[in-house]
Design a protein. Sequence first.
Length: 210
Amino acid sequence: MTKQSRSENTRLHLVRSAAELFDRNGFSGATLEDVSRAAGVTKGAFYFHFSSKDELAGAIQAEACTMLRGAVYRALGDGADVLQSLVDLTHEIGHWLEHEPVVRASLRTARECGHRGAPFLDFYVDLLSAVETMLISAEQAGDLHESVAIEQASTLVLTMCAGVEMLWWSGIRQGSVRESLREMWTLILPGLAAEGDVQKIDPRGRVALN
């Protein structure tokens, strides 16, 4: 393994170790010493990669955004109805909320520090952009109900994702996130999809996840 590869692996290990701590203890509740200890590196090694906890939080957001771009690509990759692809995307996010500390940490950090702007809101900003782009494509294809406005529809989808994250994080709701998303999409789709198209969309999502 080259020196550069080792450095990249160490950086990713720090990001993932920090994500687990931020997810569990919050941004303010995790110190740089905690991160260094969890990652098994010295403070000097930590500061070689990150100059501050804010920069580390930005790296977690960037990793989560990379995952999001991959999910959007997969959702749109088979040429399916765009609204179905949007449903599929939310189900992949639901899977992450149950299994992926990087995404959970990015969203918890957004709740704690979102008033500070970038980079703490980067995942939500990218998600909103992806949702709006997909809805615009659906509108152009004639797949949206004629009464639907893009801004309100994108707000609804983002609110659904953010609300699920908060409710399950707090323990107010329990059980399967994806099952809850299925039930919400069953309610939402009749008002979102063009008349006659609702039956073509599977609210369970088509993504096969472990």
